[in-house]
Design a protein around this ligand. Structure first.
Ligand code: PRX
Length: 655
């Protein structure tokens, strides 16, 4: 959702940043390599991906079928192959990198820990054996609700080791979000921790998990609890077991269960424009291929890199670029449990300095927030080891891009703006850092093998740089989602129906400039991007109406200079509309309520009370009007279809 002001600022920025010659000399993909790859993929899409998959991953049983289109658009890749994702992330690295550091962990209070590939493998195997001892088998779902600690990754890989399907729920989500996800996935087991650290506070994960499970989630038989913060928790006899007890006496080796390529590796819930969050289902081989390949390509990963992707494991970025991608590529990854500005706004840079980070990947929201503190803060730290910067999750405004490139990248590092989604599994559009010139604000060109386009409402490609349209992917790719867990109809309706099953509909609007570069402007639907986190307006609305005193609510986004988007809610109460101090008190109560229901990220920035909402005569809420009111814009659209035009004045009066 980009307003005219930011669109203008994007279009005014015309600088081009070609890859530095010193970078290109050593780059994995040089301009000529890219040309070759693009040509190869054009000449034979399937053959291209078949070759790449054979060369990139370790297969237990090689595949002979590359792409099975029989049930398109439920595409299936490498169908007769067999593979194990944890084998590729662990065992495959042991011979050459057994003693190499896989994970460098730092917690907010300052604990640091390092795990070599050998140690990580042993920990994963112990937990995998404990899961097996609990009766978990291939295909069973396990919900992971953890802070950003090594054990979160260990838990994911332990599931993958035995073919269990993990579904990580972001530790910032609370009761209702967690319960919905556990129930939808039908999880047999939950792995959590006593608590976590965030901005100097304790996040009581186990207590939230207890609340979510109370009287609900009948599928859950067992809860494994990591002791991390040492906070007091209730352990329910017969259900709850400490992680340390579960793994005690378990062997440090565990034979991987090799699964067919299409076996689900994980479900990850994400918000759509309507209804409940959807369980995006990814397949083992295809996902792993995307994660590893794009880590190598887009981040130009080398053996001695120290890779820090600041995303939480609860989001897809944490799956692809904290866990599976860099580990399958044998990298050293940094993970940090805590807030970027705790105890001071130099924390990120201090971590980069102390751990020798060479590749740093974060979200525009974090860059904008850190930018506010001024350039003197990063200038205090030695950032000379950093050689590449990445951005993800939302459009990056050119101003933030330039600040990042200048103050963190010291004008020598490429900035890789990666466009992708939970559904796409890995980056699809991003500048290959040694081969493609960057333009601040553009994610540039699709990776080789990715057929992205911008099309109009009829599906015709738009080549006019002044016209925007729907961002679509025209050919299937191996790391695409396979379906929505338990709801294939919704999969078909959400991503494929719009263009007659021919194109994958991303849900973003974009345009392409004269050089064919993509400029993603934001979501075209009722999905919000708040601090890079994805939230559905419908989800927030349903949290509001769960409050006993709320009759109706409508939620829209408005631009926010740090968070990208802010949440603005219009609420109709049962009975009198509160005003003055009563309205303030009620707004406070509702904000806390939504925070408890969904999580702090969903707490609305603005809450406005109304007697009713602007609706058409058929009862549809006119969100475009609400958006205009939230942004304080002139209302230019036709309001003659409005059932109750007078309500606009009331809504505006509160602005
Ligand atoms: O709107 C796009 C935006 O984030 C959405 C996907 O959100 P999610 O599934 O949570 O995944 C985020 C991490 C991959 C997209 O539909 N988005 C993501 N990356 C970019 C972006 N918008 C512009 N530029 C990007 N680089």
């Amino acid at each position: 959702m980009t307003d005219q002001k930011s669109l203008d600022s994007i279009l005014q920025e015309r600088r081009v940043f070609p890859p530095g010659p010193e970078f290109t000399v050593r780059a994995r993909i040089k301009p000529a390599d890219r040309e070759r790859l693009v040509a190869e993929a054009r000449a034979g899409h399937e053959a291209f991906w078949g070759r790449i998959a054979r060369e990139t991953l370790g297969w237990h049983k090689p595949f002979t079928i590359t792409l099975d289109q029989a049930s398109a658009p439920n595409y299936r890749w490498f169908t007769d192959g067999e593979i194990n994702a944890s084998w590729n992330c662990l065992d495959a690295n042991l011979r050459e990198r057994g003693d190499k550091t896989a994970i460098i962990f730092e917690s907010e209070p300052g604990e640091t820990r390092r795990l070599s590939y050998r140690e990580l493998t042993a920990e994963v195997c112990r937990l995998a054996n404990a899961l097996k001892a609990s009766g978990i088998a291939a295909g069973d779902r396990i919900v992971i609700y953890m802070p950003m600690v090594p054990e979160a990754i260990i838990a994911m890989l332990a599931c993958a080791r035995i073919g269990a399907v993990h579904s990580v729920v972001f530790g910032g989500f609370s009761t209702r979000s967690l319960r919905d996800r556990i129930e939808d996935a039908g999880a047999r087991l939950v792995i959590t921790a006593d608590g976590g650290h965030r901005a100097g506070r304790l996040v009581e994960l186990k207590a939230t998990a207890d609340e979510a499970l109370a009287g609900a989630c009948p599928s859950v038989e067992k809860v494994i609890v990591l002791r991390h913060t040492g906070c007091a928790v209730d352990m329910k006899p017969g259900r709850d077991v400490w992680w340390s007890d579960a793994v005690a006496g378990q062997a440090a080796s565990c034979a991987p269960v090799f699964v067919p390529s299409e076996h689900p590796l994980f479900l990850l819930y994400t918000s759509g424009s309507t209804g409940r969050p959807k369980g995006i289902q990814h397949a083992t081989a295809g996902f792993l291929l995307g994660a590893k390949l794009t880590t190598l390509w887009a981040f130009d990963l080398r053996e001695d890199d120290v890779f820090w992707c600041t995303a939480d494991i609860g989001w897809v970025t944490g799956h692809t670029y904290v866990a599976y991608g860099p580990l399958a590529a044998g990298a050293t990854v940094v993970i940090y449990e805590g807030a970027p500005v705790h105890p001071d706004p130099g924390r990120f840079w201090s971590i980069c300095e102390r751990h020798g980070v060479t590749i740093f990947y974060t979200a525009p929201t974090a860059i904008r927030a850190l930018m506010k503190y001024g350039e003197a803060i990063p200038a205090k730290y030695d950032l000379s080891k950093i050689r590449l910067l990445g951005s993800v999750g939302e459009p990056i405004n050119p101003e933030a891009w330039i600040w990042y490139q200048r103050n963190i990248g010291k004008e020598r590092c490429p900035v890789v703006d990666t466009w992708w989604q939970t559904e796409t599994g890995a980056t699809l559009i991003a500048p290959l850092p040694g081969a493609v010139a960057a333009k601040p604000g553009s994610c540039t060109l699709p990776l080789p093998g990715i057929d992205a386009a911008v099309v109009d409402d009829d599906g015709n490609e738009i080549n006019d740089p002044n016209r925007g349209g729907h961002l679509v992917i025209r050919k299937p790719w191996p790391f695409m989602l396979r379906t929505i867990w338990g709801d294939n109809e919704r999969y078909l309706a959400t991503y494929w129906a719009r263009f007659g099953n021919r194109y994958y509909l991303a849900g973003d609007t974009a345009h392409r400039d004269r050089d064919g570069y993509f400029w993603v402007m934001g979501r075209a639907d009722d999905v919000l991007k708040v601090s890079g986190h994805r939230l559905g307006t419908a989800e927030v609305e349903s949290a509001f109406v769960a409050h006993p005193r709320v009759a109706e609510a409508a939620v829209v986004g408005r631009p926010h200079d740090i968070k990208g988007e802010a949440i603005c809610a219009y609420v109709v109460m049962k009975g009198e509309r509160p005003t003055g101090a009563a309205a303030e008190a009620m707004a406070h109560e509702l904000r806390e309520w939504v925070g408890r229901e969904i999580g702090a990220i969903a707490k609305p920035d603005d809450i406005r009370f109304a007697d009713n909402l602007p609706k058409t005569r058929s009862g549809k809420i006119m969100r475009r009007l609400l958006r205009a009111v939230a942004r304080g814009e002139e209302i230019t659209q036709d309001v003659s279809t409005l059932e109750n035009p007078a309500i606009l004045d009331q809504l505006r009066g509160q602005a």
